[in-house]
Design a protein around this ligand. Structure first.
Ligand code: FNR
Length: 366
């Protein structure tokens, strides 16, 4: 009954934002520079109209699909967003349990506040969930390899190589608030303890370990040579880079703009998706994240050719609102909205969600 006030993801955002201290709230909720891309990630969905078929028997509509070769209850996962223990002490452990309970997958950020072993263990304690490990290209190749070996040892399925971050985006909020990771929280996957992190701004920490010399030719063949985990490129927004990922033998791409936190002014992901899908012509798997806030948004992304979608901030808001229960509530909202959208459009399976399910596109936005 306490959740009557949380009926949709925006309710969750508002409640969570009220609970968080300003530094944490701005860190989670903000995008970069003028906040154009972060805003458009969500508003761009309103341009796309759904084209429903009526008088279809949808009594047995099935939302399930597969991701990383495993059946999932519906096509949603939790994106790799760091610092989840700042939203709730159980952080990624709670997220992993909620994902497992709901039967979906999760990606672990390199900036997680718990180890890969702890997060995997937390999810597996509930159900055989699959995890991707999100990675940056590190200056320290030894450390990069160590993370890969640990991810393999713990049974991670895929690497999400974040490709949109040679440097961090311009995030005024972090500078204004002199944002520091709260005392006591570390980045154990990177081997950084709280004391070391607190000495520097987030931006400086990032520059210390991240290699801005990263590139396709050097990094992808190297990754391929050291691991059998799937390799996914996270942060693709163009046909050109989709083709590059195919050429380099990657397993998939995540059409993403990092939730509007990297370069402001790049397109909303739902607008970048069609050119990537067209260029791919079925030769590489395509997922998308950024600004997805309802089951209908999920439906539109699938209709435009994504196989699976991910959400970042909604999980953080769930955590801030009520820890594991809040993340479960968030997933429940997405699940119910997505199922209802399928039924109201006459779709009985995820495969039925095709281009013909979308009608009018208003090019000038909502
Ligand atoms: C992120 N994201 C992110 N991505 C990544 O590759 N590595 C990371 O460590 C992080 N960390 C991170 C922290 C926070 C607080 C946020 C909000 C996001 C980006 C994330 O994986 C995803 O691309 C976006 O969050 C998706 O957009 P929405 O759903 O938040 O709009």
């Amino acid at each position: 009954a306490a959740d009557v006030k949380i009926l949709c993801i925006d309710d969750l955002r508002i409640e969570a934002s009220e609970k968080l201290p300003v530094g944490a709230r701005d860190f989670y909720n903000s995008g970069s520079t003028d906040q154009i891309t972060i805003a458009e990630n969500t508003t761009a969905y309103a341009k796309y109209r759904v084209r429903p078929r009526v008088l279809v028997d949808v009594s047995k509509a099935d939302t399930s699909t597969t991701c990383f070769g495993r059946k999932v209850s519906f096509p949603l996962g939790v994106s790799p967003a760091g610092l989840q223990a700042m939203a709730h002490p159980e952080g990624e452990l709670a997220t992993a349990r909620a994902c497992a309970r709901r039967g979906i997958n999760m990606a672990i950020s390199s900036f997680a506040n718990y180890t890969i072993r702890e997060i995997r263990g937390s999810g597996l304690g509930v159900a055989p969930i699959k995890h991707a490990i999100q990675m940056y290209t590190l200056k320290d190749r030894g450390l990069e390899l160590k993370i890969i070996r640990e991810a393999e040892a713990q049974g991670c399925t895929a690497i999400f190589l974040t490709a949109d971050s040679p440097v961090l985006g311009v995030r005024y909020n972090e500078w204004r608030n002199d944002f520091r990771t709260p005392d006591g929280l570390g980045f154990p996957i990177l081997g950084w303890d709280s004391e070391r992190i607190r000495k520097q701004s987030h931006d400086d920490s990032f520059m210390t370990f991240n290699d801005d010399a990263h590139n396709w030719a050097r990094d992808i063949p190297w990754l391929r040579s050291v691991t059998k985990m799937e390799i996914w490129i996270k942060g693709v927004l163009t046909a050109e880079d989709t083709l590059k990922a195919i050429e380099m033998g990657c397993d998939g791409i995540i059409v993403s703009n990092h939730g509007g936190r990297q370069l402001d002014g790049v397109p909303a992901t739902i607008d970048a998706l069609p050119e990537c899908v067209e260029a791919a012509a079925g030769r590489i798997r395509i997922h998308v994240d950024g600004g997805i806030r309802s089951g209908t948004d999920m439906f539109k992304a699938l209709a435009l050719g994504a196989e699976y979608v991910w959400v970042g901030r909604p999980a953080i808001w769930g955590l801030a609102y009520a820890g594991e229960r809040g993340v479960e509530l968030m997933l429940e909202i997405f699940y119910n909205e997505f199922k209802r959208c399928m039924q109201l459009t006459g779709c009985n399976s995820v495969k039925d969600i095709t281009k013909s399910c979308l009608g009018v596109v208003r090019p000038d936005g909502p």
